[in-house]
Ligand binder design. Structure first.
Ligand code: UDX
Length: 430
């Protein structure tokens, strides 16, 4: 497993749990030392248990040396980052450098499997690269896109909706099928396609889900104009099996390290082919201005935000993770500060990441509890759907705050209960 980020570490630990012998490699020495002692650099449900267990039982090990990880491996999974480069183009430099490093250590037939999210055509480019460097080595290249969502990644790996591999060699397909055999035997769908199709499936899936989110967010705004309730509308729509109820929760907008990056990369890949993705561009445009909905709700009640104290509950881009990458909270907090508001913030998991990644973190007062965050606040914003925010003590909150406005950016509170506790309630699309 090359790379020990979310995908590499989860895949490595899960393959070990399935009974395989796994070596995880990362160039970050500190991270590898921590992992060796069973400490995970990421917060992921189930990781605290499975990581030390598989180390103890001898199925997973960690190294910074390719010479230790590669010889003897049947499969090498590339799980390195593919950040957004110029104009949204996926930056594949980490992928290519991992390929260069690993191929020289191949000693017998190996399948190099790309799990990093890479544009259509990358398997072919990797093959060409290998042929240039070590034409004599016996190996195949495959794509195996990863669909796991953070927070439920281990569950998603062990109980996948589908396992997709893009291969153009039956030998490679056989090795991959064997690796996934414990899941296939339990009923998981294993779909082998040509590499280009597998590569595009990942981008098309993420874009489709992001499109559902931007779609329901547009409907939510319209619900507010006509007095409809988006939760009811989404549920009613979702009962149609062709639509489905998932990914229809209206919100402050989507975030996370994948949706925005992957959608932009697909648009860019289209441009390379002279093709324009009109619908996909529109979903990004909707999400890019989504944060203003929250800001405007505050302004509607408080007027100018200068000098106002705003309590922000939730910094992670969704509940169940400590990740703040591309979180809408970053945009909203930035906009609050730009409007001259004083921000008090709390998140049960993500405060450390937020402090590290948000340039103006020193202007924010971070609290240790949700209630403390509300101290003398003119308004309270709920930006992440953490369970503990669903159970806020409204009576205590009322005494703490100086104002009465609650903007529920995740529709997790009951309007009637909140209003009867003496608050003004603003949800999303209802
Ligand atoms: C996503 C894909 O789901 C996963 O398949 C892919 O491999 C990586 O990208 P992830 O980024 O972990 O996973 O998060 P996800 O749970 O999909 O949520 C993305 C964003 O959409 C979050 O900000 C979340 O709050 C938001 N969301 C999700 C909604 O606003 N409403 C919903 O109904 C669902």
């Amino acid at each position: 497993m090359i790379g020990t980020g979310y995908v590499g570490l989860v895949t490595g630990v899960c393959f070990a749990e399935l009974g395989h012998s796994v070596t995880c490699l990362d160039i970050d020495k500190e991270k590898i030392e921590e992992l060796k002692s069973g400490i995970s650099p990421i917060f992921e449900e189930g990781m605290e248990e499975l990581l030390p267990k598989n180390i103890r039982e001898g199925r997973i090990s960690f190294t910074t040396h390719y010479a230790e990880a590669i010889p003897g491996a049947d499969l090498v999974f590339l799980c390195v980052q593919t950040p957004s480069g110029e104009y949204g183009k996926a930056d594949l430099s980490y992928v290519y450098s991992a390929v260069r490093e690993c191929v020289t250590h191949i000693d017998e037939y190996t399948v190099i499997v790309n799990k990093s999210t890479c544009p259509v055509g990358t398997v072919r480019t990797i093959k060409e690269l290998i042929n240039e460097i070590v034409p004599e080595k016996e190996c195949d290249v495959a794509s195996n896109p990863e669909f796991l969502a953070e927070g439920v990644a281990i569950h998603d790996f062990l109980e996948p909706d589908r396992i997709i591999v893009g291969v153009d060699s039956s030998r490679a397909e056989k090795v991959l099928r064997e690796a996934y055999a414990p899941l296939i035997d339990k009923g998981s769908v294993f779909l082998a396609t040509i590499p280009q199709s597998a590569e595009l499936m990942k981008y098309a899936s993420n874009s489709f889900l992001a499109m559902k989110l931007s779609f329901i967010n547009e409907i939510a705004d319209f619900c507010e104009l006509v007095g409809a309730d988006v939760n009811e509308v989404a549920y009613g729509m979702g009962l149609d099996k062709r639509i489905g109820t998932r990914y229809l929760k209206a919100s402050i907008g989507f975030g996370g390290s994948c949706f925005g990056k992957d959608v932009r990369a697909l648009i860019h890949r289209g441009e390379e082919e002279g093709y324009e993705f009109k619908m996909i561009k529109a979903l990004i445009a909707v999400n890019n201005t989504r944060y203003l909905t929250t800001i405007n709700k505050l302004k509607k009640h408080l007027g100018n935000l200068k000098g106002k104290t705003i309590a922000v509950l939730g910094l992670a881009y969704k509940a169940g993770t400590d990740d703040t990458r591309d979180s809408q909270s970053l945009r909203i907090v930035f906009e609050l500060l730009a409007n001259g508001a004083q921000v008090q913030a709390f998140d049960p998991r993500a405060m450390e990441h937020f402090k590290k990644t948000f340039a103006r973190a020193n202007e924010i007062i971070f609290s240790t509890t949700a209630l403390e965050t509300a101290d003398s606040a003119d308004a309270l914003l709920i930006l992440t759907e953490w369970n503990e925010f669903k159970e806020l003590d409204l009576t205590a909150l009322k005494t703490k705050m100086s104002g009465t406005l609650i903007v529920d950016g995740r529709n997790i509170l009951d309007r009637k209960i909140v209003e009867s506790a003496g608050f003004t309630y603003e949800g999303i699309g209802r």
